[in-house]
Write a protein that binds this ligand. Structure first.
Ligand code: CA
Ligand code: CA
Length: 207
């Protein structure tokens, strides 16, 4: 099961993640979804307190108020999230997801393809997205990065994949009200979606 979300306000009880982070350049706090620098801030007294390890923004209940705390991103960032308004080359998208301990989206079944399509439609941020699919290893075999799992379910658009020499990364796009797949050159910039690693599948990445 994959979880789809925008990082806005998710959490349990009185601890909530909000979409602030300084993962982008390790210095500025920005709103994750938009890359905008955070203007208003409501840090709890003494926070932020661990600038080198706590790089995501949490809010929590302090007395009767909601105050801010920097916290390690790994703690409970459990959701697949999209970085809006940002296009990136495939390798940069891989790096970005890795920096937040996630990986680029993989799609393992028709149901997942439909689920992602619904999410993309509702998010309305664009209709061309990188996934973690690539055939960079030998130019032939399509695998999901980073585990190099062979891709078995596919949903190629008409005439795709079209160029084994120049198009080695897997993009999904909206075509005739469906989410179709297309091989594209890895250095083109698209939106992208990161997802969490499967809990059941904690093997060491080997690409
Ligand atoms: Ca803190
Ligand atoms: Ca193509």
């Amino acid at each position: 099961m994959k979880y789809l979300c925008k990082i806005t306000f998710v959490g349990f009880g009185f601890d909530y993640w909000i979409g602030g982070t300084k993962l982008i350049d390790d210095r500025k706090w920005v709103w994750f979804n938009y890359g905008e620098e955070i203007g208003y801030a409501n840090w709890q007294t003494g926070q932020p307190d661990f600038p080198n390890v706590e790089k995501c923004l949490q809010v929590w209940k302090v007395g009767e108020k909601l105050e801010w705390n920097d916290r390690t991103c790994e703690n409970s960032l459990r959701f697949i999230c999209e970085r809006y308004r940002t296009n990136a080359r495939w390798f940069d998208a891989v790096d970005f997801c890795r920096n937040i301990n996630m990986k680029l989206l993989s799609i393992g079944s028709h149901e997942e393809n439909e689920q992602i399509y619904k999410y993309i439609r509702e998010a309305s941020k664009g209709f061309e997205y990188w996934t973690g699919g690539t055939r960079l290893i030998d130019g032939q075999k399509w695998v999901w990065f980073p585990y190099a799992e062979e891709i078995d379910y596919t949903n190629w658009g008409n005439g795709q994949p079209s160029d084994p020499n120049g198009e080695k990364c897997l993009q999904v796009w909206k075509q005739n009200e469906k989410l179709m797949w297309n091989d594209r050159p890895c250095d083109v910039q698209f939106h992208f979606i990161c997802e969490r690693y499967d809990q059941e599948n904690q093997r060491t990445p080997h690409i």
